[in-house]
Write a protein of this length. Structure first.
Length: 254
């Protein structure tokens, strides 16, 4: 029913009285061997189905999949389903819950960032989701590679492969986003290297290192955003909006 987006049948089932915290095989959804109904809806972008599932007050919004431990929030971020991410955050989904391979929702936000089809829209959605997670307590300096001790900023600065012009612009845009949202360029990897040093072999070394030396934090997340009982109010937030950041600061994107 979720796969078919059959909301009529779902409403008839009176889901608010059902136990929805179970794992089941969904062959049409290639995420894991077994997933929850909420993971299925979140991954497919079934907004109305997700709302119906979340009407059940006993649903576990953080219940992971079977083998890979994917969460509803993580799969929604990876798929770029912005409104479902918003719904899950309103229900206090854990922004710091890792799947296997140490994947975090914040990392998964950028899964589609380098796609060249509908690039502008994809990038805007990726960054908006990331901003929403940061408002809810995600750590911009979280280590995403335990072996190397790399943060997200370090990962993108340490890129050694040759990038196309489109990829170079996307990479630079992400580095600027991380810095503007508080990533620490002075933090050191396990080998004692900062982001500037890691960028030595970057194909866009000059521009990336210049950003690291000059870009200042312009977005701050106060402790009030970390209160679980506080509803998500992006539109009413006193913090500067990412829409302004993206469309204003990155004028060369338009």
């Amino acid at each position: 029913m979720i796969y078919r987006n059959d909301t009529v049948q779902l409403r008839a089932m009176k889901l608010q009285n059902c136990d929805l915290n179970f794992l089941e095989e969904f062959k049409e959804v290639e995420i894991d061997n077994k997933i929850t109904p909420l993971i299925c809806a979140a991954s497919l972008g079934r907004l109305e189905c997700t709302k119906l599932l979340l009407d059940n007050k006993t649903i576990d919004v953080n219940m992971p999949s079977d083998e890979y431990q994917c969460t509803p929030l993580g799969v929604a971020c990876a798929a770029g389903n912005l409104e479902i991410v918003r719904l899950l955050l309103e229900r206090n989904a854990d922004v710091n819950k890792r799947a296997n391979f140490e994947q975090l929702p914040l990392t998964l936000c950028f899964t589609r960032f380098h796609e060249e089809v509908n690039a502008y829209e994809n990038q805007l959605i990726c960054m908006k989701m990331a901003e929403m997670l940061l408002q809810r307590g995600a750590d911009i300096d979280v280590v995403v590679d335990e072996d190397k001790g790399h943060t997200l900023l370090m990962q993108y600065c340490a890129t050694k492969i040759q990038l196309s012009e489109t990829q170079r612009r996307a990479n630079k845009k992400l580095v600027q986003f991380f810095l503007a949202h508080g990533a620490n360029p002075e933090r050191k990897s396990k080998k004692g290297k900062t982001a500037v040093e890691l960028a030595e072999k970057h194909c866009n070394k000059t521009e990336i290192q210049e950003l690291l030396r000059t870009e200042k934090q312009s977005y701050f997340y106060e402790s009030r955003y970390f209160q679980p009982s506080l509803p998500f109010t992006d539109e009413k937030s006193s913090e500067p909006s990412l829409w302004n950041f993206f469309c204003g600061k990155f004028r060369w994107c338009s």
